[in-house]
Design a protein around this ligand. Structure first.
Ligand SMILES: [Fe+2]
Ligand SMILES: [Fe+2]
Length: 206
């Protein structure tokens, strides 16, 4: 257990402090940069900062869950999905820089909270762990769809990134479902939506 903790601690520090790497090419690689006015650029930046923060949380959730997952099959699936989340981190990070901004100052805070939630979900056993994962990914997918409606129409680069992320998240939800995810009670889903709202509201600005 101790060696596992050290590995995860190291991963956490890297999530928060080091630039993430992407194995797949960035989805916006062949998309031209748009001419945006200051207000549109600021809005795109705020939205992409929210999405970056969400990916930091995803790292922590997956790590917490992988620490406590019982079956080797679940652990492996969690690890694979977490690898794609690292790529999401890399894509949003670079896009934020291109838009001339910085990532959210609150990231360490959300990271710690999400890690605790991930460990908690994992401790409930694999079927609830996966249920939590499926619901999270579905909510994130819906959230990214809403960003595709809100992002400036001309910001094709951000849109390419968000669209690919949305597809990946829905794939993660299906994966969790196939591995035997339990259906979460409605109040839990509601609490998850509320905490996500808190996070997105804050990281848009700070
Ligand atoms: Fe993601
Ligand atoms: Fe995901």
């Amino acid at each position: 257990m101790l060696d596992k903790l050290i590995v995860e601690f190291d991963r956490g520090l890297r999530t928060l402090c080091a630039p993430a790497q992407s194995l797949r090419p960035h989805p916006d690689r062949e998309v031209e940069e748009a001419q945006m006015d200051a207000a549109a650029r600021r809005h795109a930046l705020g939205l992409m900062r929210v999405n970056h923060c969400g990916e930091v949380c995803a790292q922590a959730l997956y790590q917490g869950q992988a620490l406590t997952a019982r079956s080797a099959e679940s652990r492996e699936a969690l690890r694979q999905a977490a690898q794609e989340e690292v790529e999401h981190l890399a894509w949003t990070e670079r896009r934020i820089r291109e838009l001339g901004g910085r990532t959210s100052l609150l990231n360490p805070l959300w990271y710690a909270g999400s890690l605790a939630i991930g460990v908690g979900a994992g401790a409930l056993g694999d079927k609830w762990n996966l249920g939590f994962l499926e619901e999270t990914e579905q909510q994130v997918g819906a959230h990214l769809d809403s960003h595709l409606r809100q992002l400036p129409a001309e910001d094709a680069r951000s849109r390419a990134i968000v669209a690919q992320m949305r597809d990946d998240e829905l794939k993660h939800a299906d994966m969790a479902h196939e591995l035997g995810a339990a259906r979460l009670p409605a109040p839990v889903k509601m609490a998850m939506k509320l905490s996500a709202k808190l996070m997105t509201g804050a990281s848009y600005r700070i």
